[in-house]
Every structure is written in C-alpha cells, then in structure tokens.
Design a protein around this ligand. Structure first.
Ligand SMILES: Cc1cc2nc3c(=O)[nH]c(=O)nc-3n(C[C@H](O)[C@H](O)[C@H](O)COP(=O)(O)OP(=O)(O)OC[C@H]3O[C@@H](n4cnc5c(N)ncnc54)[C@H](O)[C@@H]3O)c2cc1C
Length: 386
C-alpha cells in the first residue's frame, strides 16, 4: 500500500464501501477500496436517501452535491391501487419534522459522487479481496489480494449481504433468510406529472418516485403468497387495473432494464460488528428488508460514525468495539422496524387488508402525531459532531 499514513483496506465498492473509503480518507487514513466487479455499475435503479443519511453525506463532504441532484419537493404519500390516498403529505412538511429533505436519486449518481470523493488512485476494480487474519491490537490485519497479501491497520468489510468476511470470521452470525417477496426495480423514461407515492395492494407494493430529470424510479414487490409473476409481462398484467401512472410506467420500460431480485435480509446483526481490526458495515452487517428504505442509509451512517470514531493512531481493535457498541443497537432497531413494516405488505386476505388500510387511513389523519413519532428516531439522527 502506498503512502505513510496508516493503511485501511475497504472490501467492496457498493454504497457502504465507497462511503467508508471517503470517511476514512477524510480522517487521514491511506485508503484502498477493493471491488471485485470491473466497473461500478450499481445494482438497483434508484435510491431514496432519508434525512439521517443526507446528514451522513454532509459528514463525508458530499451532502450539498447530493441535494443538488435530487428532485424538487412536492406531494407524496401512501395510496390504494385505485388511487385513493391513505396517507398524504408534502415533502416540505416531512423535511421540517426530520430536519432535512428526503432525496430521490439515480443510484449511479450517488455511487458516482462517492467514488469521485475518494482520493485519486484509491479505488481498485476487478480485484477480489479476503481477510486472511483479522489482526489484534498488537498485530495488523492481513488481506489477501490477487497480487499477494497486504498488512492493514484497519479493514472495512463492506462485502454485501453474502459477506464472506462475516461467514468466515463471525461464523455464529446468522446468514441471509428469505423475506417472502420478489422485487422489480427500474427507471422509466421521463413522464410528466408523476406524484411520489407508495401503493399498497393485496400482497403487492409499488413505489413511484419522480427523479430530478423527469425520469421515474419504480419498484414493485410481490409476495410469494400471491404467486410471483414469471416475467415483466405477467407483472404488467397483474397491475393493469391499478391507477395511472402505474400501468403506463410499467409499459414504458423494456424487459432488459428491469432488475428482479428475491428479497432477503439478515434476521439480526452479528453480536459484534467488529472482529480484531475488521469492521463490518452496510448489508454485510445488517441487510434489512427495503420497506423503510433504510439499508443504504444505515450503511452511510456506519461510514460517517466510523470516520469520526476510528482515527489513525488509535488502538483500532478497541476503537472498533466502541464503534460497534454505538452502531449495533441502532441498526438492530432499524432492521426490526423494517421487518415489522414489511409484514402487513405481505397480507393477502381481503379482511386483513381492509383492517390494515383503515389503520393506515387513521395514521394518515394523524400523520404528525403517529407517523412521524415512529420514524423520528430514525430520520432525525445526526452524525457525531453535527
Ligand atoms: C428493492 C430494494 C430497494 C432498496 N431501496 C433502498 C432505498 O431506497 N434506500 C436505501 O437506503 N436502501 C435501499 N435498499 C438497500 C440498499 O440497496 C442496500 O442496503 C445497500 O445497497 C447496501 O450497500 P453495501 O455497500 O452494504 O452492499 P452492496 O451494495 O451489496 O455492495 C457490496 C459490494 O461488495 C463487492 N464484493 C463482495 N465481495 C467482495 C470481495 N470479496 N472482494 C471485493 N469486492 C467484493 C460486491 O461486488 C458489491 O459491489 C434497497 C434494497 C432493495 C433490495
């Protein structure tokens, strides 16, 4: 590793790994981010960046650049397939409650901003890395790269939900489990007049999120219990009776550009998010169901806190245990809440769905009091020093 600063190796070039690289470089570490893919084509069409994550991006020096890329404010809420609103609000209202806007972005924009904020030459693509020795206070960690082993004062494993690092060095940590649904994600060509909304049907959830350039980020998840469509045509047929613009958006995307994934998550984070000099961040540590849109946001928080709490010259192993003690309760709580919110979206019985919708309508009437009370601890979070 070049340079004289203590060396940090980040395994994985997703949102969590890139953000960690930026945070550590800003803290004075000599960072190398190693990504096995040969290009940074992010998986996932769009991403919702909540206020807690926007403030994490501020801590990484890219908050304002990210805000500049985001859609204008406006109306948003929760709707029924026939278009009736269950919960309706304005982005400005939520921003005043949570202290910042929620940003809707092309994933490539977020990844591009983070990659550009890394020191020149610190990103290594097309290389697979693995932790050979997690190290101790008195011994560096060892990371195996295609051209040999390197010592590292700090390793960040941001290697995703299927993390080899977690499986190898935290063998008692639970692995991924199915979430009970399959999701499609895509960005459509521009369509004017689309209002941001999530739409809850029987076992099917669709989200339509207008982006700043007029394109629309769409996601649709279908519960196993209602039968997962074989292809996009079958999905279009299932949603043909939903209110516009849902059918029009589905019609405007070609099959090749839609991503399809069976949703999986970790039932709990590892007992500690760190072993030796190795920190587990993002989905590697706490992959969660996407119902709160917080998976990437929590990865950004991990990175911001890591940059603030683990400094060159520290006893890294001890600092990482303190970092884990700070982060673990929070990510576990967000994982639990995400799983809880997912449950009623998987319901298929007409009676249960009617009760659910009546409950959501009541929440809609009392949005300020109920909705924001549950979300406030998540969305109002601030990074250290903010
Ligand atoms: C349908 C859906 C919608 C979502 N919507 C949102 C949203 O709106 N907002 C939000 O905040 N979150 C959302 N999420 C969650 C979010 O996508 C993830 O939490 C986030 O992308 C995790 O980032 P990561 O960097 O931890 O992992 P990943 O993005 O999985 O990145 C891991 C990287 O590590 C690389 N890698 C793995 N092993 C190695 C190795 N040995 N060597 C080198 N490289 C390696 C991989 O190639 C990959 O690039 C959503 C998720 C889903 C499924």
């Amino acid at each position: 590793m070049p340079g004289t600063a203590p060396a940090a190796v980040v395994i994985g070039g997703g949102v969590g790994g890139l953000a960690s690289g930026v945070a550590l470089a800003r803290g004075g570490w000599d960072v190398t981010v190693v990504e096995r893919a040969t290009s940074l084509d992010p998986v996932g069409a769009g991403i919702v960046v909540a206020p807690n994550a926007v403030r994490s991006l501020d801590a990484l020096g890219v908050g304002d650049a990210t805000r500049d890329l985001a859609a204008l404010q406006g109306e948003f809420g929760l709707r029924l397939p026939d278009g009736r609103w269950l919960v309706r609000g304005r982005a400005e209202g939520a921003a005043s409650v949570f202290g910042d806007r929620t940003l809707m972005l092309h994933r490539a924009q977020l990844v591009g901003l983070l990659a550009d904020a890394l020191p020149a030459g610190s990103l290594r693509l097309g290389a697979t890395a693995s932790v050979t020795d997690p190290g101790t206070t008195s011994r560096p960690a060892v990371v195996s790269l295609p051209d040999g082993d390197v010592d590292a004062d700090l390793v960040v494993a941001a290697d995703g939900i299927g993390s080899d690092t977690r499986a190898r060095w935290m063998p008692s940590a639970p692995g991924p489990v199915p979430g009970g649904s399959t999701a499609w994600r895509f960005v459509t060509p521009p369509l004017p007049g689309v209002v941001g909304a999530e739409i809850w049907g029987r076992g099917i959830v669709a989200g339509v999120m207008p982006l700043a350039d007029g394109q629309v980020y769409v996601y649709v998840s279908v519960a196993d219990a209602v039968g997962v469509p074989r292809d996009l045509d079958e999905l279009r047929a299932r949603l043909a009776g939903w209110h516009e613009p849902v059918p029009a958006l589905l019609a405007s995307v070609d099959d090749g550009s839609a991503l399809r994934h069976e949703l999986r998550h970790l039932p709990a984070p590892p007992t500690s998010l760190a072993v030796g000099r190795v920190a587990l961040v993002g989905d590697a540590a706490h992959a969660m169901l996407p119902n709160l849109g917080q998976g990437g946001c929590q990865a950004l928080e991990d990175a911001a806190v890591l940059g603030a709490r683990v400094r060159p010259g520290d006893d890294v192993a001890a600092a990482l245990q303190r970092w884990s003690a700070e982060r673990r309760p929070r990510v576990e709580n967000v994982m639990r809440l995400s799983a809880r919110v997912a449950v009623p979206t998987l319901w298929t019985s007409a009676a249960a769905v009617a009760v659910r919708d009546a409950g959501m309508r009541a929440v809609g009437r009392w949005t300020e009091a109920l909705g924001s009370r549950a979300l406030r601890p998540i969305m109002s979070w601030r990074p250290p020093g903010d």
